[in-house]
Design a protein around this ligand. Structure first.
Ligand SMILES: Cc1ncc(COP(=O)(O)O)c(C=O)c1O
Length: 396
């Protein structure tokens, strides 16, 4: 059948948005309740969200901030980084993972990824450790757990901090341990497309009480008493500024959106898993596409469903495939184009594509298909039909 991009009939008339959030009436009611309550900033709902998140992950502390980027920034800030210091991370990630290292004036050191999961390869981390390395930032890409035993061993041996980028990994477990309790801190995202969303938002989990206290202070200007704690306490209280902090807190309005999603999180994950298996079953017998791997010992958060195109078997590129899917009425994404191929990183540090060959190869072929509990069975069938149609038509 002729693809829509070449004048054929599209699989869908109504466009299927990629990463559609699953917002229910109870979320809307909670937001409305917050709006009516007279307290919309940082307050009781954010504290409830933090508590729920700590319970869910098993972490001693959960500190809400206004993005995962803020969480990563504050976490790295615990390390007193300077221009001589190096932080190792994956190039196959969102820009903020590496950007925050630069914001602290330190050096970004990329270590290439594993072919299967696309996660940072501990073998490559080891090669990049020097006397100046201060931390490693593993990214649990798409929700697939990094090889944390290897990473934690390397970190312990070389006295490195481990700051996890768990933006995709709200439900991720590594060998039955939630990734939120592995390393010194883990950073989560509640951006619009994430498995739990507050439109924008983030959380830091840490078992280090000293870090947790510092995060609470720094997310709110470095002042000793927030408006909410002053309101709650009896008698007039003034605040003192004890550090030059930032404004990185999450509001109750945002937390209100997320708290019922936290209650539904396991049901949502089950629906994501159902869709995942439907895709796996359909795509595993098709030519020109490779399905994502499963963790051997752990749990995938099922945040993104990334397929790899076998370009040798197709007459179009990944970007053309994405355009053709769009014309069929299906939104898709790319997670990610390796950062060493982005202008800033390439031009500033002189990276060549072959410096991180595995990440570069994945960058050319990867494509994320819609995955959300908000998808109907018909939506899932449409995605499968569109992919099959394009693979058949553009088969080499
Ligand atoms: C791997 C990764 N890290 C960090 C972030 C930053 O998250 P946020 O948008 O909440 O700052 C993202 C955002 O999509 C991400 O995908």
């Amino acid at each position: 059948m002729k693809p829509a991009i070449e004048g054929g009939k599209p699989v869908r008339e109504e466009f299927l948005v990629f990463g559609k959030p699953d917002i229910r009436e109870e979320d809307i009611a909670e937001v409305a309740d917050t709006l009516r309550s007279g307290w919309i900033g940082h307050g009781p709902k954010t504290e409830r969200f933090e508590q729920m998140f700590a319970e869910y992950t098993g972490a001693k502390n959960a500190i809400a901030v206004n993005s995962c980027t803020a969480a990563l920034y504050l976490s790295l800030g615990m390390l007193d980084l300077g221009p001589e210091d190096e932080v190792i991370t994956s190039p196959l990630t969102y820009p903020s993972t590496a950007n925050v290292i630069l914001h602290h004036g330190a050096k970004v050191v990329f270590a290439d990824v594993e072919e299967g999961s696309g996660n940072i390869d501990p073998v490559n981390i080891e090669k990049k450790i020097t006397v100046r390395t201060k931390a490693v930032m593993p990214v649990h890409l798409h929700g697939f757990p990094c090889d944390m035993d290897e990473i934690l061993d390397l970190a312990e041996y070389s006295s490195l901090a481990v700051i996890g980028d768990a933006a995709h990994a709200i439900e991720t477990r590594y060998k039955n341990r939630h990734v939120g309790i592995l390393g010194d801190a883990a950073c989560f995202s509640f951006y619009a497309t994430k498995n739990v969303t507050s439109a924008d938002g983030g959380m830091i989990t840490t078992d280090r009480d000293d870090w947790a206290e510092r995060f609470k202070l720094l997310r709110m200007h470095g002042i000793t008493r927030t408006a909410w704690s002053r309101f709650r306490e009896k008698g007039f209280k003034f605040y003192d500024t004890v550090a030059p902090g930032y404004k990185l807190n999450l509001t109750d309005l945002q937390s209100a959106m997320a708290i019922h999603q936290m209650e539904r999180i396991e049901d949502s994950w089950k629906r994501r898993t159902e869709i995942w298996h439907a895709y796996d079953e359909a795509f595993s017998s098709m030519q020109g596409i490779k399905i994502p791997p499963e963790p051997e010992d752990g749990r995938h958060a099922r945040h993104l469903y990334p397929v790899r195109l076998e370009l040798e078997r197709l007459s179009i590129t990944r970007d053309e495939f994405l355009e053709a899917l769009k014309a069929e009425g299906i939104g898709a994404g790319i997670h990610f184009i390796s950062l060493h191929l982005h202008s800033f990183y390439k031009n500033t540090f002189g990276f060549k594509p072959d410096d991180f060959p595995v990440a570069a190869r994945i960058s050319e072929r990867t494509l994320s298909l819609p995955l959300s509990p908000a998808l109907t069975d018909q939506d899932v069938d449409d995605v499968i039909e569109a992919v099959e149609k394009l693979l058949t038509y553009y088969a080499r």
